[in-house]
Unconditional design. Structure first.
Length: 489
């Protein structure tokens, strides 16, 4: 039997932050500022890449710029695997979280201060690594504030989720406003200031976290440290060689990330399914997760186009005039967080009220893909128009549909990963879900090359119908999938 340390007991009994442990305020803060900087930077990143030099941008081809953004987004979710491994084997979640926040600050400063593609390359690599590490561990650290029986746990995570969406809402608004009035590097600089504020706040509050937040669940034997160091150096050297020899280029980054995510996915499924440490029932449940994984990839490949195609569309098609003033392109990306804040509670109440009558997980995934495909088809009445031809209210409505689709899949997917995971592979199954996000995000960047602003109908029609077909296919096969899930719904 294990006993809690005095620090853990103190955290569990603390009610100084709206009835929650005071340490939650510091985690709320660092996550809010991280999302502020993440979405604030991402809100102006694509237009920085493809705007002409005279408009303050780098003048890249739109397809190349979209591929870079997609590859970056996919790399963030790929990095969660590294962040989770470092926490589980070497440093513990809290230390990785703090180190990741430092790396994110360095990335934003690089974007703000370094010129041209050098700043983009250094900045995006650092931010992707840091955001992946923070994303992988922030939720884990929040969980250490509560005992398993603590009734405040769900409310605490709801507060934490509110911080995420507050940052996601204000980030694009403020960085976009600064970019449109003072220039791109000022916008990137504001993202850096925001993340620095979060880091400073967290550095003062991290001492109040329970000891369990710093525990290393599965320590790597010290005798294997040299091997890990050699592998890390070799991996960095290989990446450097591939970049210097032109194998990895700006125009194929999205493809490289897609290949890496596919390789990691196959490896993860193979390791879990071939393990002798899982039962026949657990193996069946992993197979059931496979069609959910494919549907998740299809969903994210469309949903994440908020940051690629929708940004281009907002720049070229959307009437952004408000009372005689043209709002920045990045403000469109603040619409979705508002709907998330409003609708997440509605969906939670809906599922609670329906209880056992609510749709099973495969049907929720199927509905999500169908709704997401429908959102793309909603672009068709406005496709092919000229500048300022799409009313702002139309995009608000389409993004409302985006959000409904997201709430049918994103929280449900994380829950399904934990429910279907074999006892010995809990973390790996969650990592698999994040790999579906990584793969879908990279695909969203790769798809930009097929988007032609002068002929949009085929693009929105084909992708919308593919997503609907994926959803219908999963819906038709829901019963066989549920059978494989062995009692999990």
């Amino acid at each position: 039997m294990t006993t809690e340390s005095s620090a853990d007991q103190s955290a569990h009994n603390d009610t100084r932050f709206f009835g929650q442990p005071r340490a939650l305020a510091h985690l709320f803060g660092v996550e809010m500022w991280e999302r502020f900087s993440f979405y604030g930077m991402q809100g102006i990143l694509l237009i920085y890449l493809y705007f002409s030099v005279t408009r303050g941008g780098l003048g890249l081809d739109e397809a190349v710029a979209g591929g870079i953004v997609g590859a970056y987004g996919g790399s963030v979710y790929l990095s969660t695997i590294l962040g989770a491994w470092l926490a589980d084997r070497l440093f513990g979640s809290e230390r990785v979280l703090f180190g990741s926040a430092v790396v994110i600050v360095a990335g934003h400063l690089s974007l703000a201060l370094l010129p041209g593609l050098l700043g983009v390359a250094v900045g995006l690599v650092l931010i992707a690594l840091g955001s992946g590490g923070l994303k992988a561990n922030a939720t884990s650290v929040v969980g250490t504030l509560y005992s398993a029986e603590d009734p405040r746990r769900d409310a605490g995570f709801s507060l934490f989720y509110l911080g995420i969406n507050l940052g996601a809402f204000f980030g694009p608004i403020l960085t976009g406003l600064l970019q449109s009035t003072a220039g791109f590097h000022w916008g990137f600089g504001l993202a850096a200031v925001g993340m620095t504020a979060g880091l400073i706040q967290y550095s003062f509050g991290r001492r109040g976290l329970p000891d369990s937040a710093r525990e290393v669940p599965n320590p790597l034997p010290r005798g294997r440290y040299p091997l890990v160091a050699v592998i890390a150096v070799a991996a960095l050297a290989l990446i450097a060689v591939l970049v210097l020899t032109g194998v990895v280029r700006a125009d194929n980054l999205a493809t490289i990330v897609i290949i890496a995510a596919l390789a990691a996915t196959v490896a993860y499924f193979a390791v879990i399914l071939s393990s002798s440490r899982i039962t026949a029932v657990e193996r069946s449940r992993v197979w059931a997760f496979l069609p959910l994984f494919v549907t998740s990839v299809a969903f994210w490949s469309l949903y994440q186009q908020q940051f690629t195609v929708l940004t281009v569309y907002s720049d070229k098609r959307l009437d952004r005039t408000l009372f005689g003033w043209e709002m920045p392109v990045s403000w469109v990306q603040s619409i979705n967080p508002v709907f998330i804040i409003v609708l997440s509670g509605v969906f939670a109440a809906l599922w609670t009220r329906m209880g056992k009558r609510q749709p099973a997980t495969p049907l929720k995934f199927a509905l999500s893909a169908i709704v997401m495909g429908g959102a793309f088809l909603l672009f068709l009445p406005f496709a092919g128009g000229g500048p300022n031809s799409t009313p702002l209210l139309a995009i608000v409505g389409i993004l409302f549909v985006f959000t409904v689709a997201e709430l049918l899949l994103s929280p449900i997917g994380l829950s399904a990963a934990t429910k279907l995971a074999p006892a010995r592979f809990q973390t790996q199954m969650v990592a698999l879900f994040f790999l579906s996000v990584s793969l879908g995000t990279a695909i969203s960047g790769w798809l930009v090359r097929f988007y032609d602003p002068t002929n949009e109908v085929p693009y929105f029609t084909i992708l919308g119908l593919i997503a609907v077909a994926v959803g219908v296919g999963l819906g038709i096969s829901a019963k066989p999938v549920l059978k494989l899930m062995k009692g999990v719904s």
